[in-house]
Design a protein around this ligand. Structure first.
Ligand SMILES: CCCCC/C=C/C(=O)SCCNC(=O)CCNC(=O)[C@H](O)C(C)(C)COP(=O)(O)OP(=O)(O)OC[C@H]1O[C@@H](n2cnc3c(N)ncnc32)[C@H](O)[C@@H]1OP(=O)(O)O
Length: 396
């Protein structure tokens, strides 16, 4: 039945314009019940048909079949259609459901239909308010897995075979996911990586996709995207926590200065090889890193490209706490679940108070860094470094 149910769902939804819920709309079928005694029941029935279209949650194929059968029974009476062939799975499933109602009176079928829709509407309402503890996967992304559970929205980079390098599309998806998380009912938001890397930073292949306006236009578009991307972190209103599961490179390191807490596995490293790539700092690191670790340590990272271990990054204040990799996930998530139960408004307001005075400065730094990078991307130093990586002549 599972196979038939799957095909049934696909078949009913295949006509692209129909969402799984719209399969219940039967606009072409009119009711021909008459007489004042039946009036109220007919109204209820019509209301129920409209309600079905508004259900927020797909009720599943079994319920869809039941609704179909009750609808047919209520409008046409007992099933008198010839039985479909054994390989006509979908129509046979529908026929079986209708036929199983036998000689159920039309009025009873109508009432049962109304009752069933009413029970679906109330359960759909309560589930849309979010079941505590339920892991609800949200909007589909190509390069992210976003879930909400226990008051925590988790945004996970999901390009493990590219070490979670951030492609142009992925920048857009991260911005969308953060904007959605800023408005959802979770109390905290977590960013992490799937696989052995947190992220290897900007996908160096981004620079090979040159628009008709040429490399200058590409640099301009990239600077706009970078600025928007970093602004999204600066403006994020709730506690934002990085769970750094492995090495982090480039922009995935610099943006950590805009998070409210950074938990790292002892396998994580922190590397900003901007000079090696002919680049300059972004993600507001030119401002946040000297503030966090002092100008001399920031210089070692941002200008000389010194790679820090997780413990070094913790000693310098970039990382909040380091955990052994073997217990990292368990320990961090236990702690985050406890934090997520703290009063939501209080946490938001505290973040606002802590960050407010810096916001304007951070936006100005972001604008400046993006504009400097726009020129750097056009430099020979940067173009050569990128080409060397892409032609496999260099690695960090
Ligand atoms: C538009 C806004 C821009 C904002 C400015 C941002 C700046 C930055 O983020 S600068 C930092 C850029 N990142 C890098 O320079 C890292 C480049 N990658 C590497 O050096 C290495 O891949 C590594 C050290 C991260 C990992 O080395 P290894 O463990 O040996 O793994 P592989 O090199 O075999 O990686 C597997 C696969 O993934 C590809 N890949 C990894 N990182 C990137 C990347 N950042 N960009 C593009 N591609 C990446 C790598 O090439 C491998 O591909 P295949 O050889 O095709 O399997």
């Amino acid at each position: 039945m599972a196979g038939v149910a799957g095909r049934l769902a696909r078949n009913w939804c295949r006509s692209a314009v129909l969402s799984p819920l719209q399969v219940f709309s039967f606009p072409s079928l009119q009711l021909h019940l008459s007489g004042t005694a039946m009036r109220a029941s007919q109204d209820d029935f019509e209301n129920a048909m409209n309600q079905v279209k508004l259900l927020k949650k797909d009720p599943g194929n079994e319920v869809k079949l039941k609704l179909y059968a009750l609808y047919k029974q209520a409008t046409e009476g007992p099933c008198n259609m010839p039985k479909p062939g054994v390989f006509d799975f979908i129509n046979k499933a529908k026929w079986d459901a209708w036929n199983a109602l036998g000689s159920l009176p039309k009025e009873t079928a109508r009432q049962n239909y109304v009752d069933l829709v009413s029970s679906l509407s109330s359960s759909s309402e309560s589930s849309s308010q979010g079941k505590p503890g339920a892991d609800r996967e949200q909007q589909e992304y190509e390069n992210l897995v976003v879930t909400s559970e226990d008051g925590i929205t988790k945004i996970m980079f999901n390009r493990p075979t590219r070490k979670n390098a951030i492609s142009t599309q992925m920048y857009q998806e991260i911005m969308l996911a953060l904007k959605a998380a800023s408005k959802d009912d979770s109390t905290i938001t977590v960013v992490t990586g799937n696989g052995d890397y947190y992220s290897s930073g900007n996908d160096l292949a981004n620079f090979t996709d040159i628009p008709p306006g040429g490399v200058e236009e590409k640099a301009k578009q990239s600077a706009i995207m970078l600025r928007d991307f970093v602004d999204t972190f600066i403006d994020f209103p709730k506690p934002l926590i990085a769970v750094v599961n492995g090495p982090a490179v480039g922009i995935s390191v610099t943006t950590l200065g805009l998070f409210d807490a950074v938990y790292a596995s002892d396998k994580a490293t922190f590397h900003t090889p901007f000079s090696h790539l002919g680049l300059s700092p972004e993600g507001c690191a030119s401002y946040t890193f000297p503030k966090i670790m002092g100008p001399a340590k920031a210089t070692e990272m941002l200008i000389f490209g010194k790679k820090l271990t997780a413990r070094e990054a913790c000693a310098q204040g970039l990382v909040t706490e380091v955990f052994p990799d073997s217990t990292f996930q368990k320990e961090v998530w236990t702690r985050l679940k406890a934090y997520s139960k703290l009063p939501q408004n209080s946490m938001r307001i505290s973040k606002q108070v802590i960050r407010k005075i810096e916001k304007e400065k951070l936006h100005a730094v972001n604008a400046e860094e993006s504009s400097v990078l726009q020129k750097r991307w056009l430099s020979d130093e940067c173009m050569n470094a990128t080409m060397n990586f892409l032609s496999k002549r260099s690695k960090l």
